[in-house]
Design a protein around this ligand. Structure first.
Ligand SMILES: N[C@@H](CCC(=O)N[C@@H](CS)C(=O)NCC(=O)O)C(=O)O
Length: 211
């Protein structure tokens, strides 16, 4: 049994999608970020960076294993289940490339754009412009990749797609709302969002946690 600590955010939805795809049994512990539950001493023992998602694998060899950082969790679950990670060295390298691209680039940039464009009490045009330009650049990189390959790692759907899907399915509309026509059309991303979003496991994972 795996315990999943998560909330209703794009990073939070990556792991239930993976667990649903892999058919691994799990229980959900919602961590209400609005109530600052991520700072509770019990949660910090599992996720010392005070962020969701995090898991505890109670069935790990050597005893219960805590893991934080969505990329580390996705990689652990893929290796544990033998699913959703290409087995060839080249395929695996491509999956890692796009997984790290999401956790180090797309997620943080869309997150900052969302905060400064829609949440921040004061609006700083140069800050919004900086994150908007970077979000558009990253989405153009994604569009090019998906015009050349069906999925991020190549022919196979993988944990790299799972990392990007919750961000892109929500973030594309947000970036269009902020940037308007500065973001060109994205037919390949649209095709990929439709294909990934049609997977029953993805639909179930996007509903977790139910609050
Ligand atoms: N690099 C981390 C980012 C996780 C993250 O930013 N989580 C946000 C929600 S989407 C969070 O827990 N924020 C609470 C806080 O910063 O206090 C990952 O990929 O797991």
């Amino acid at each position: 049994m795996i315990t999943l600590y998560t909330w209703t955010t794009p990073n939070g939805r990556k792991i239930p999608i993976a667990l649903e795809e892999m058919g691994l049994p799990y229980e959900v512990k919602p961590v209400n970020l609005g109530n600052n539950e991520q700072f509770s001493p019990d949660f910090l023992k599992i996720s010392p960076n005070n962020k969701i998602p995090a898991i505890v694998d109670h069935g790990a060899a050597g005893g219960p294993l805590t893991i934080f950082e969505s990329g580390a969790i996705l990689l652990y679950l893929a290796e544990r289940s033998g699913m959703l990670l290409p087995t060839s060295p080249a395929g695996r390298a491509k999956a890692m490339e796009w997984l790290f691209w999401q956790t180090g680039g797309l997620g943080p940039m869309l997150g900052q754009l969302f905060y400064y464009a829609t949440r921040a009490p004061e609006k700083f045009p140069f800050v919004i412009g900086r994150f908007q330009d970077e979000a558009i650049r990253l989405l153009n990189v994604l569009e090019k990749r998906l015009s050349e390959a069906n999925y991020l790692a190549g022919d196979e759907y993988s944990i790299a797609d799972i990392a990007s899907y919750p961000w892109v399915s929500v973030g594309l509309g947000m970036v269009r709302g902020v940037a308007g026509e500065a973001l060109p059309q994205t037919p390949s991303i649209d095709r990929w969002v439709t294909a990934v979003g049609a997977r029953p496991a993805v639909q179930r994972g996007m509903e977790v946690p139910k609050v």
